[in-house]
Design a protein around this ligand. Structure first.
Ligand code: C2E
Ligand code: MG
Ligand code: MG
Length: 398
């Protein structure tokens, strides 16, 4: 039976535990959490943390990576050993690479890693992240997700991807399809939440088919009004172990008369790629069928150089974490520039994600990045709104 709609039981309620050796930061985070409806508790030393994990049973843990007497990595191991089901956020003043590695370590311990908070922590960022944890706490089950697929509650939003057709001229020629669960009582549930649930419960193939089907029919609707756009679909690495997948997507595209060249599959790396031979077979057959293949979140723990070198990608997507920091850290600028160069040397298109300002777009222009995606160009939105937004954006580029 679906657990949606049932009252939240106490062990699943919104309880946030923060550990940070700086008492003022602990207080800042606990207060922000309390303001959002969490029961919150802050501790400054590892012993108190271990006690609180047992007695308080948090549903969300915010963990400082560097503390005297213990480090966050040790505490991640402790949470893993206890089989903690809490959503975990790591906080640190260290660079993005350390934060990304901590995420990987947490996942290897079987923990639900929700993301990272880069210090200094801004209140708006903190609240936005914690809100995600709040809704994450409302129990959703595999049965509820199955019912949602039956009822077609998984809908698709589209985010514009702009192509640099000349210096300082970025025209939207494509979109990325992003799944949302339009839940009758919870509102929009984030894919960050239900994709892992789909992957764990054998529902990811069905979900992907629905997203692809919806996106292809949306493309036809745009075609009908004279808007020709390519569409990128996110693929769970699990599907790359399915030898029948390339033929199935080719059939689906042929049925609606869609040109494979206008469909790009975005993939990340994961433990699910346990069989590199099969993955390579599937990806190569997709390329042979003329689908585009993009390596998503490149530069994070989810996409590696080895994967880039081995697999037949056509696009490299530079992760948001680098793009967002180009004006804060010189290293991030170097990374973005180098990733663009690497993509070009490997004859791939470079696409930057997370472009939130004109300045960042100008920087990408100056380093010759081919594509850009982010809130500055357009947020993910419904198909009809997208049409208007794209026309507006493109008309300003003339
Ligand atoms: P992704 O494929 O890397 O998608 C980009 C994410 O970054 C999207 O979050 C998008 O809303 C967000 N984003 C775009 N521009 C900006 C920006 O300027 N600033 C910031 N801060 N964020 C930006 P979203 O929609 O929540 O999706 C999260 C992830 O969920 C996706 O990451 C993708 O890995 C996964 N996902 C979404 N739809 C599907 C799907 O149909 N199938 C699979 N397997 N995964 C999906
Ligand atoms: Mg993507
Ligand atoms: Mg990405």
């Amino acid at each position: 039976m679906s657990s949606i709609g049932r009252p939240v039981s106490p062990d699943q309620s919104n309880k946030l535990l923060v550990i940070d050796d700086q008492p003022d930061l602990c207080e800042f985070i606990s207060e922000a959490a309390a303001g959002l409806g969490f029961e919150s508790k802050g501790v400054t030393d590892p012993e108190a943390f271990r006690r609180a994990v047992q007695e308080f049973q948090p549903s969300v843990v915010v963990l400082d990576l560097q503390m005297p007497g213990a480090d966050g990595i040790e505490l991640l191991r402790y949470l893993g050993e206890r089989g903690s089901k809490a959503q975990i956020l790591v906080a640190s003043g260290m660079d993005q690479r350390v934060l990304a590695t901590a995420q990987q370590i947490g996942k290897a311990h079987g923990l639900q890693m929700l993301g990272a908070l880069q210090k200094p922590i801004l209140l708006a960022d903190l609240e936005a992240t914690l809100r995600q944890c709040l809704s994450s706490d409302t129990p959703i089950s595999a049965a509820a997700l199955t019912a949602a697929l039956d009822k077609r509650e998984i809908i698709v939003h589209y985010q514009p991807k702009a192509t640099r057709i000349a210096p300082n001229r970025w025209i939207v020629e494509g979109v990325e399809a992003l799944a949302r669960w339009n839940h009758p009582s919870l509102g929009f549930v984030s894919p960050v939440r239900f994709i892992p649930l789909a992957e764990k419960n054998g529902l990811i193939r069905r979900l992907t088919e629905q997203v692809l089907e919806t996106a292809l029919s949306q493309c036809r609707a745009w075609d009908a009004v004279g808007l020709q756009l390519s569409v990128a679909i996110n693929l769970s690495p699990q599907l790359l172990n399915d030898l029948a997948f390339p033929d199935q997507v080719a059939r689906m595209a042929a049925q609606v008369g869609a040109d494979a060249r206008r469909i790009i599959f975005e993939v990340t790396e994961s433990a699910a790629m346990f069989d590199p031979g099969t993955t390579m077979d599937v990806l190569t057959r997709m390329r042979v069928k003329n689908f585009g293949l993009s390596i998503d979140d490149f530069g994070t723990g989810y996409s590696s150089l080895k994967q880039l070198y081995l697999m037949p990608f056509s696009e490299l997507k530079i992760d948001t974490s680098f793009v967002r920091d180009v004006f804060a850290h010189e290293d991030a600028r170097t990374m973005v520039e180098t990733m663009v160069l690497l993509a070009h040397k490997l004859r791939l298109t470079a696409c930057a994600e997370g472009v939130e300002s004109q300045e960042v777009l100008d920087f990408l222009d100056s380093v010759g990045c081919d594509r850009a995606q982010g809130y500055f160009i357009g947020r993910p939105m419904a198909g009809t709104a997208l049409e208007i937004a794209v026309r507006e954006w493109n008309s300003r580029q003339k």
